[in-house]
Write a protein that binds this ligand. Structure first.
Ligand code: SF4
Ligand code: SF4
Length: 417
């Protein structure tokens, strides 16, 4: 059986754009880790070309595709404009349809996709996870539990998650009506980030519409080749915001934003904005108060490489009086989170997480700021392993602390000591 069938195989035209120059190699985390050509973007494109020319889908071919984080650093680095993002998305969907994985892996993936895209199921797990962490039996658990345990450790404790109403009015004259994507992991484990996002948007003159039961956007499914499931999630999300009259749909999780902007429903996709994008587009009206803190800003891959958003968060953070922003070395290299990649590939994810954590420590910053729940969790784990405490916050929380004139809102999110 040939590797690919006729239903959206990776495009031969896009593959032909690659001139094999290798400029992408130093930015590819798997090539950086292992130095193997077939674990580089160029190598994976070569494997896709082999598949198109009639080679079967071998276990080794699938392994090299699976080991790709989908971080899209190669897309940013490529001078020829190769759309590796489209190539790997189509390839993954083919792998899911045409390759039978070993039973253990199928069960792990089944567990992941029965849980992660469902915020209610994730929320129900928080109590048992707390008990699991207290039991100090991580070695007895499977791969998923340590990751979920980490999520629980990072989630705000002691207080009940703030329940967001269906609509929050603008403070002062209304400048826009925006929808808020509450997300899966974000709403279950980082509800404070959604609450901070809502306060910031309202302070900047936005009515914020937050339909309940909006569910998953499908990003995790898209990034894992589960295209049918992703389409169903997308359909439900579009329906949840139908008739709400929003000017923008604001997203505060990088991976979700990059997928939402590629939805087939063009008018809906055109409304999608990252939080930092919409705030810069509208321009500030609310006064900023000092936040005397040194921060390191981490570019989430799907914000920087996936959406080309690097300047806006920095512009917003630098505008806060008293805040000093420091840059990380090798900002283009992924922290190893990559959706559920760190659950499926724990050892290399650990290496990448520790590299990033070491980079954070080298800046001497007091606080790591980023715009993706997966990155926050992954870097927190790396910092914990290195045994050095650094605070963690989403960009929205730093802005919220400044608008409120209350820097104490920026407490440590993760117990990284
Ligand atoms: S998406 Fe990331 S991991 Fe995959 S080939 Fe490109 S740079 Fe490498
Ligand atoms: S993907 Fe782009 S940067 Fe990488 S080898 Fe091909 S042309 Fe060069």
């Amino acid at each position: 059986m040939t590797a690919f069938d006729d239903h959206h195989p990776p495009s031969a035209e896009l593959i032909a754009d690659c001139v094999h120059c290798g400029f992408c190699l130093p930015t590819c985390p798997t090539y950086v880790l292992w130095g193997e050509e077939m674990d580089s973007p160029r190598g994976r494109i070569h494997l896709m070309a082999q598949g198109l020319s009639g080679e079967p889908m071998s276990d080794s071919m699938v392994r090299h595709f699976d080991q790709c984080l989908g971080c899209l650093a190669c897309v940013s680095a490529c001078p020829s404009g190769v759309r590796y993002d489209r190539l790997i998305e189509d390839t993954r969907a083919q792998v899911e349809r045409r390759h039978r994985r070993p039973l253990r892996e199928r069960l792990l993936r089944m567990g992941i996709f029965a849980l992660f895209p469902y915020p209610r199921r994730l929320r129900l797990l928080r109590g048992p996870l707390r008990a699991y962490r207290a039991s100090r039996l991580p070695r007895l658990a499977g791969r998923m539990l340590p990751t979920l345990g980490t999520l629980e450790s990072l989630a705000p404790r002691l207080v009940r998650p703030e329940r967001l109403p269906g609509r929050v009015p603008a403070r002062g004259p209304r400048r826009a009506v925006v929808g808020l994507l509450t997300g899966c992991v974000q709403s279950a484990f980082f509800p404070e980030v959604n609450a901070a996002t809502t306060r910031v948007l309202a302070a900047e003159g936005c009515d914020v519409v937050i339909p309940s039961g909006q569910g998953c956007c499908g990003a995790l499914s898209v990034h894992s080749g589960r295209s049918g499931e992703a389409e169903r999630f997308a359909g439900r999300l579009i329906e949840a915001f139908a008739g709400t009259g929003i000017d923008y749909l604001v997203v505060n999780a990088a991976g979700c934003g990059s997928v939402l902007k590629e939805y087939d429903d063009a008018p809906f996709a055109a409304k999608v904005r990252d939080l930092s994008e919409v705030l810069v587009e509208l321009g500030p009206v609310a006064p900023r108060h000092p936040v005397p803190v040194t921060i390191a800003y981490h570019d989430a891959c799907h914000l920087a490489h996936g959406q080309g958003i690097r300047a806006q968060p920095r512009q917003l953070l630098r505008a806060i009086p008293g805040l000093e922003l420091r840059e990380l070395a090798d900002p283009e290299i992924c922290c190893g989170s990559a959706g559920v990649w760190n659950v499926l590939n724990p050892q290399p994810a650990r290496e990448l997480g520790e590299r990033k954590a070491a980079g954070v420590l080298a800046t001497g910053a007091q606080l790591l700021v980023t715009a993706n729940p997966g990155c926050l969790m992954q870097i927190a784990v790396g910092l914990r392993r290195l045994g050095r405490p650094v605070g963690l916050a989403h960009t929205a929380q730093v802005l919220d602390a400044s608008l409120a004139g209350d820097p104490t809102r920026l407490r440590l999110q993760g117990d990284v000591s």
